[in-house]
Design a protein around this ligand. Structure first.
Ligand SMILES: [Zn+2]
Length: 473
């Protein structure tokens, strides 16, 4: 099967140019000067072996989005994130994201292997676009440290640890340091949820006892300075272990300052933020229990933090925007926390809207270039997480994960039209400029003009390489 994508503007992290893209089976076979410009004979010859032509006139041709922070079916607070690998990856594709990296979970007292096997079982045959895994480590001990090496060899080379959630995912500094030292020998990467969870739990209890039981208490208790403190601490632990570190879902000015300082010193410290920290604020946590829709950790911050995060994206102190997609229904799940904000499941839906929100609020708003938009949503995550140039690039030999993107089309975000399996949208009624017209996963068109046209179970596990980019960049 040969597909010619004709007449579009290819936009990559490096630049934009008019080109036709030839897809042969699952990969990109050629990126060429527009065939129509080449003259009759050559164009006709090229046309003779094309099975399918897709007209991309007036639109962008971009590498499919890569979301390296998702939680399909995550168990949390006595319930499960509602999107399965099937519904979550389909929603991703509708939003122009053609690859996810989800977090497999090691349960306390169990092996990493058991957790990874469980996540493979959830995804295999269900995901409709390609997927990889990171591993959440809940226990660091001699056995799990040895297992890390094996996981790196199997293409699961990153490990997420937490300074938050005491009693659940929390690791102390010694455990974090041991895991980091292991990645110095096995080539893996430590990802950190950096908030001082021990101090936050004290403040959250005081907040609750003072009579603040609504969701706003969640935002008030999780001080930004405690994100900054934990971010600086884990960066310094990584410095001592002589390894790179990646801070997930960075939300606070103080945390960004810690990353910026480390990077100015030449340390391999990397960070991502998420759309909710760029487009939503602490005010969304108000409005009584409605605020539960916006409970995630770290919490939403005041608007001045978001301004600083945009500066971080421009200057590359923030390298990636991923979603932390972790949807819970407002009715039946978020309401577990009525009367106690501490019991609201933490997480927001977002996988479907990331590309469009960043196009609208980033490119259209004049904050970042379209090339930088492609970089932070696709190319940089591919590089940092061992998938480049197979993913994240429009180049010969790359997987044909391609989105034909209409940068002019306007649409209104709503739970009534989204494909995520959750009963609300954090962006209900927001109009955005930019939308995916055609989405291709490894050469197969899966979404066309708002309709699902792809096969089920099309997604494949992506065995990822170690993060050499993080070690040499
Ligand atoms: Zn997360």
């Amino acid at each position: 099967m040969r597909t010619l994508i004709k007449g579009g503007t290819v936009v990559t992290a490096d630049g934009s140019f008019a080109a036709d893209v030839l897809v042969d089976d699952e990969t990109i076979a050629a990126v060429s000067r527009p065939l129509d410009e080449l003259g009759g004979a050559l164009a006709a010859m090229a046309g003779s072996f094309i099975d399918q032509t897709i007209d991309a006139t007036g639109r962008y041709v971009i590498p499919g989005g890569i979301d390296v922070h998702t939680h399909m079916e995550l168990p949390f607070g006595g319930t499960f994130a509602k999107d399965t690998f099937e519904t979550g990856t389909r929603a991703a594709a509708f939003g122009g994201t053609t690859c996810i990296v989800d977090f497999a979970v090691q349960s306390r007292g169990k092996s990493l292997r058991e957790g990874l096997d469980a996540w493979h079982a959830k995804a295999e045959g269900n995901a409709v676009v390609d997927y990889g895994f990171h591993m959440i480590m809940s226990d660091v001990n001699d056995d799990t440290l040895a297992e890390m090496d094996q996981l790196v060899a199997e293409g699961v080379p990153d490990f997420k640890l937490f300074t938050a959630y005491p009693g659940v995912f929390f690791s102390d500094d010694g455990a974090i340091f041991r895991a980091m030292k292991r990645t110095a020998t096995n080539g893996g990467l430590i990802m950190m949820h950096a908030e001082n969870g021990l101090a936050i739990d004290v403040i959250a209890a005081e907040t609750f006892e003072s009579g603040i039981t609504d969701p706003i208490g969640h935002g008030l208790a999780r001080y930004s300075v405690l994100e900054g403190e934990a971010t600086n601490r884990v960066i310094r632990l990584a410095q001592a272990a002589d390894v790179p570190v990646y801070i997930v879902h960075l939300s606070a000015r103080e945390a960004l300052e810690a990353v910026r300082q480390a990077r100015d010193e030449g340390l391999p410290a990397f960070a991502e933020t998420c759309p909710q920290y760029l487009f939503l604020t602490l005010d969304d946590l108000g409005n009584g229990f409605e605020g539960a829709k916006y409970i995630c950790s770290p919490p939403l911050r005041t608007a001045d933090h978001a301004d600083e995060l945009w500066r971080g994206l421009v200057k590359d102190d923030l390298a990636v925007v991923s979603t932390d997609h972790c949807p819970f229904d407002f009715d039946g799940q978020k309401d577990l926390g009525v009367g106690d904000f501490r019991k609201v499941p933490n997480g927001l839906p977002g996988i479907e809207d990331r590309m469009d929100l960043l196009h609208d609020g980033g490119v259209v708003a004049g904050r970042i270039s379209r090339e930088r938009w492609v970089e932070i949503t696709s190319t940089a995550p591919a590089k940092l997480f061992g998938m480049y140039p197979r993913k994240g690039a429009i180049t010969v030999g790359a997987d044909a994960d391609i989105v034909i993107y209409d940068s002019n089309r306007r649409r209104t975000i709503s739970a009534s039209t989204h494909h995520m399996n959750v009963d609300y949208s954090c962006y209900e009624g927001r109009e955005v400029q930019g939308a995916s017209d055609v989405v291709m996963s490894r050469g197969t068109v899966v979404v066309r003009n708002g309709e699902w046209v792809g096969p089920s179970g099309h997604g494949r596990f992506v065995k990822r390489a170690t993060a050499d980019f993080a070690r040499s960049a």
